[in-house]
Write a protein of this length. Structure first.
Length: 270
């Protein structure tokens, strides 16, 4: 029987231990990392943030919280190309640079400890935050308020001028969805860095968190292809074929599976 990953236990706690879950995910890539120790050290950051907050009602403290993080030098990582450190939470806490999602996870943990109401919003390409009932969103990178026009401009910048803002862009992102999004980020960053073994760990986590889909099996198949593991690649291609509903894509997948089969039957050349 396979042991349940530690991050999954964190997600099942009430309330979910988001930051600790993200640290356990980072520990999959850095075995020497001790999430419990990082969580104990996090108490110092909580004290620093609390000391700089104004005397306001809890719902009014979300934006000051984000601005306080900026004062403490937490900012978006603008390094190009972006490296996995921008999504590995232990390194984000150490370097104080990260992706919007990484900074949001830190803000959400602080908000929970300080009894500040704050939610994650699953905006495409740039996770946002919201105080329940507020008429605006918050950018986790700088605390800027975003109204509908700002969100439309952000979406156009991230997805192209033809993208249309809709209600689905403002859906609340729960704990499993946040870890799924983090895993997708890490998989992309590790793959771009050429670390395919690390990307494989992220792809396997994606399959644990997400509903079965052709796209996610194709993602892992592509990683197995880079690692020259044809049998594992074939398995994921076959799973993708079962889940695919587009007839043209099904034909292409069948051809790829057939080509892998022929490759496996070919005698080795010496």
């Amino acid at each position: 029987m396979t042991a349940r990953p530690a991050w999954l236990h964190c997600l099942e706690s009430d309330p979910p231990a988001l930051l600790e879950a993200a640290l356990w995910i980072a520990a999959e890539h850095t075995p020497a990392l001790q999430p419990a120790q990082v969580m104990r050290e996090f108490a110092n950051l909580r004290q620093q943030v609390a000391a700089g907050l104004p005397n306001l009602a809890a719902p009014d403290l979300a934006q000051p919280l984000l601005r306080r993080l900026g004062e403490l030098d937490f900012h978006e990582d603008d390094d190009q190309p972006l490296r996995p450190r921008a999504a590995l939470l232990d390194q984000v806490l150490q370097l104080r640079r990260g992706q919007p999602l990484s900074l949001a996870l830190i803000a959400l943990e602080l908000a929970q400890r300080l009894d500040i109401p704050l939610q994650a919003v699953n905006f495409p390409g740039h996770l946002l935050l919201r105080v329940p009932g507020a008429d605006h969103l918050l950018d986790p990178c700088n605390g800027r308020r975003l109204y509908t026009r700002d969100c439309r401009e952000l979406l156009a910048r991230l997805s192209g001028p033809g993208a249309e803002l809709s209600a689905r862009h403002f859906q609340i992102c729960d704990a499993p969805a946040l870890m799924l999004r983090l895993s997708r980020n890490l998989c992309h960053l590790h793959g771009a860095a050429g670390d395919h073994m690390a990307a494989l760990k992220d792809a396997e986590r994606i399959l644990l968190l997400a509903q079965p889909s052709s796209a996610d099996h194709l993602l892992r198949a592509a990683i197995y292809h880079e690692l020259d593991c044809p049998q594992a690649e074939r398995f994921d291609l076959e799973r993708a074929l079962l889940l695919c509903e587009d007839e043209r894509e099904r034909m292409q997948l069948a051809q790829r599976i057939d080509a892998l089969g022929r490759r496996g039957r070919s005698p080795a050349l010496h």
